[in-house]
Design a protein around this ligand. Structure first.
Ligand code: HEM
Ligand SMILES: *[C@@H]1O[C@H](CO)[C@@H](O)[C@H](O)[C@H]1NC(C)=O
Ligand SMILES: *[C@@H]1O[C@H](CO)[C@@H](O)[C@H](O)[C@H]1NC(C)=O
Ligand SMILES: *[C@@H]1O[C@H](CO)[C@@H](O)[C@H](O)[C@H]1NC(C)=O
Length: 500
């Protein structure tokens, strides 16, 4: 094609026109839609309020426009669902979290099997059957791994020691029990594998962690640009998958061989790789590279769903504890009593008896202060019970603040920390509820929540038994708020051995 400088403006015009048309079309909102909150500047819309003042802004809109309402953020109309509407969104399969997070968290570029909807179903089934129902059998092993982790990451604190918690520092602590459960006791001794699992999510998020500024042009432009390097084969996290594959191969081969030699006498180890190998769809006679890939991809999807989330909330709960001296004795007492009762060897009954710790953790999760929960995309035009319609393709954000800071459920000061609210009302930390959405709700509620809560409780139980924990300032440390997102504080935690 003949190409000159004159053709460039033509391209620019074509480009601009396309997007203006797109933009106008996108803003033509049908009559039955949730009300659009007015805004001053075209294109920018509510983006700045959403980025810099999300909590207050959403609360004001909720007051003026009810639930739900529409905002114009990052060049897209977004529906915000609150306390009344969110349940309807979470209850139906018409709204999909996987579809909504595909562009901002394009893991499918690295883990190809994520493009197959069956993979997700298989993973959820694996978590339910392989982890949740077997949780009591894993308790001893989780305790052992967490003790190794605590000794390694925190260690002897005869003199008070400031432990850095920033940059996902505790993910290695969580990675140990997860490694043990997923790939077994042989591999849980392998520091390379533990590190690969701990760092995978962090390294992936670092690649795609740009704010969606390019979405002003078109939401797709953003996802195309951030993933360009990945599309061209630059994959700095492939090394983690290679590490795991290399170490997994001899383990799987040995198990196949043992099974063949021992026959009925083979004693299957309890872990997820064994669970998978015994499924008809994973039956094999040789461990080929394709087979390893298939197993590894499923394992890594579970790793992504589990380690980063659990370590964030463990870290945050430790800060919540360290900043509230008035709770130290009461919660410590419960842990000492249970420790004596079980002689240091926890079973799931003992974990169930940690009711104060559980209630404390629930409160830490409730007041985590993320402004919005996981987004959902509307797959087919949907009519809400109140008669409003949500068009196909729309992203619906859930206003977590509106759900978690509800005065009917949590009293006149719903933003204050109510450590024993769960205990007094018989709500456990892993139980979802209409005013407790940290694990989602409905059919797709987090299947890993029982595992996550157990891990955090065992870990906190052991830490509280062994150390005094303080914040450097002696006060409650502030979390790091970036737009509607939040991370645990980064001040560090001061640990000191308890005298026994
Ligand atoms: C404190 C830690 C965790 C938090 C706060 C958390 C939170 C969530 C949330 C909010 C959802 C979306 C639920 C919905 O759409 O209704 C979810 C889904 C999911 N989580 Fe977790 N999670 C945690 C730990 C884990 C762990 C340890 C695992 C795996 C063992 C896991 C596996 C999953 C999976 C597979 C889904 C998708 C479920 C589906 O789409 O049906 N999560 N999680
Ligand atoms: C956590 O931070 C401390 C201090 O910077 C460091 O010595 C330690 O290795 C870190 N731990 C992990 C798991 O990164
Ligand atoms: C609190 O939540 C309940 C249940 O979702 C709801 O019925 C009630 O109206 C909410 N209260 C306020 C003050 O929003
Ligand atoms: C507490 O809740 C659990 C289920 O969440 C239920 O089985 C139990 O009976 C309840 N206990 C009381 C005292 O209400």
């Amino acid at each position: 094609m003949y190409f000159s400088f004159e053709t460039i403006p033509a391209f620019v015009w074509a480009f601009v026109t396309t997007y203006v048309i797109y933009w106008i079309k996108n803003l033509r909102i049908s009559r039955n839609e949730p009300p659009m909150v007015p805004y001053k500047f075209p294109i920018i819309g509510h983006t700045l309020d959403y980025l810099f003042n999300a909590d207050k802004f959403l609360a004001e809109c909720r007051q003026k426009y009810g639930d739900p309402f529409n905002l114009y953020v990052f060049g897209q109309v977004t529906t915000i669902a609150g306390n009344e509407i969110a349940h309807e969104i979470f209850r139906t399969d018409t709204f999909s979290m996987t579809s909504a997070t595909r562009d901002t968290f394009p893991l499918y570029l690295i883990i190809k099997s994520l493009d197959d909807p069956e993979t997700i179903e298989r993973m959820i089934k694996t978590i339910r059957e392989g982890i949740t129902t077997k949780l009591s059998l894993y308790t001893g092993r989780m305790q052992k791994q967490l003790m190794i982790a605590i000794n390694k990451e925190i260690g002897d604190c005869s003199d008070p020691k400031l432990v850095i918690t920033a940059k996902e520092n505790f993910s290695r602590m969580v990675s140990r029990p997860v490694t043990d459960v997923l790939v077994g006791q042989e591999m849980s001794k392998n520091e390379d594998v533990i590190k690969a699992f701990a760092d995978f999510t962090k390294d992936f998020t670092a690649i795609v962690g740009l704010p969606p500024i390019l979405s002003f042009i078109h939401p797709k432009v953003h996802s195309h640009v951030i993933t360009l390097p990945l599309r061209f084969g630059w994959n700095p996290i492939a090394k983690h998958i290679i590490t795991v594959k290399k170490n997994l191969k001899p383990v799987l081969e040995k198990r196949l061989k043992d099974k063949k030699i021992l026959g009925d006498k083979y004693e299957p180890p309890l872990d997820i790789i064994e669970y998978l190998m015994n499924k008809p769809e994973y039956e094999t006679k040789v461990i080929t590279d394709d087979y390893l890939n298939e197993i590894c991809e499923l394992i890594f999807i579970i790793v992504v769903a589990s380690i980063h989330t659990t370590s964030r909330h463990l870290t945050s709960a430790l800060y919540d504890f360290a900043g509230r001296p008035e709770l130290w004795d009461d919660i410590y007492e419960e842990q000492v009593r249970i420790d004596k009762e079980c002689n240091g060897e926890l079973t799931s009954q003992h974990i169930n008896k940690m009711v104060k710790l559980d209630s404390f953790l629930r409160e830490s999760l409730r007041t985590f202060d993320a402004v919005t929960a996981v987004p959902h995309r509307c797959l087919e035009t949907f009519t809400l019970k109140n008669g409003m319609t949500i068009p196909k393709g729309r992203i619906v954000q859930t206003s977590l603040m509106d759900i978690h800071y509800n005065t009917t459920a949590y009293g006149p000061e719903p933003r204050s920390f109510l450590p024993y609210h769960g205990l007094e009302n018989n709500f456990s930390a892993s139980r979802t509820d209409k005013n407790y959405f940290i694990f989602g709700s409905g059919r797709h509620a987090c299947p890993g929540r029982f595992f996550a809560v157990n891990e955090i409780k065992i870990c906190m139980h052991k830490i509280i038994l062994n150390y005094h924990i303080k914040t450097p300032s002696g006060k409650i440390e502030k979390k790091v708020q970036v737009g509607p997102f939040v991370s645990p504080p980064v001040a560090g935690l001061i640990f000191e051995n308890r005298k026994k």
